[in-house]
Write a protein that binds this ligand. Sequence first.
Ligand code: ACO
Length: 327
Amino acid sequence: MIRARITGTGSYMPEQIRTNFDIEKMVDTTNDWIVARTGIEERRIAAEGEYTSDMATRAAERALEMAGVSASEIDLIVLGTITGDYPWPATACIVQQNLGANNAYAYDISAACTGFVYALGCANDFIQSGRGKKVLVIGAETLSRIIDWTDRNTCVLFGDGAGAVLLEASEDGDAGLLSSHMHSDGSYFDLLYQPGFGTRIMLSAENYDNRSNYLKMQGNEVFKVAVRSLTSVSLEALEANGLSASDVSLFIPHQANKRILEATAKRIKLNDDQVYINVHKYGNTSGATIPVAMDEANRAGMLNAGDIILLSAFGGGFTWGSALIRW
Ligand code: ACO
């Protein structure tokens, strides 16, 4: 049986740190409120002239370096992002050019915070179908440019960054992706979205003054559905593989908010030491949170042969999904 194995991980976080104390000077909030409600202490902000494609490229280079694979060997690049360099073409094509991955084809996936998990699912299908052997799966975001830095309800939550994994076809042993589950429910689309500027709410003086080009969110509603969906899709992954919570070596959830992660972990019946959390350092980087956390955990020696790794994400759309991996 062909399985998709992760043979390299990489990440890139911009240098500039914006702490809660910096945000205290921008809107009516406090470090204590942000830490108590979200667990976030600081986030990274892309430098002027630094774009989603740049961060994605750096993360991908690091994943390729770890795997010992050259860019010309890649068959496919899938990039989960909602903050691409341009409305189109796909930022994945710019990454392809940066890497010199001339034998690949490349596309973006728009599934908000679930973007990486969707991309991983598509890459897994591609490999299992036998269509190709090496896929770069990336999550990269420059959310700081679609955040309204005058809106305290949202600006405290998000940050920038990129993470990547290299998936390779393997017929040896039983390591690799065991399953992927993906869902969406468009009836919730306007609880978390960016109204402008697409082809519906177009760039105009009025829409610009309305601040339509910034992320809008009904946090309370998102919170409730996020916990419910992350729990159900995590249990779905375990059940599909005949496993239980005690079999999970590490749960790497989308890093949205520490309270969401703790509530989800409790419902799945995972202990604290089974859950990887880095939201305090980076905030919510949407499609980038899971590959960044995976790379950190991997480089810290926390992912070992045979480990069962559970990934689950939830985001705008609403979209949600999971992947279960035997390392
Ligand atoms: N500083 C101080 N006070 C604030 C701030 C702030 N930054 N933001 C909101 N408040 C106030 C509100 O105005 C409100 O005041 P009021 O009672 O006088 O009206 C009060 O705090 C409580 O507001 P709530 O929205 O009820 O606070 P809640 O406990 O729900 O926390 C939060 C808000 C952190 C946004 C939470 O709802 C949340 O995390 N939701 C999930 C959002 C999320 O993670 N979205 C990311 C994308 S989806 C995903 O990744 C899962």
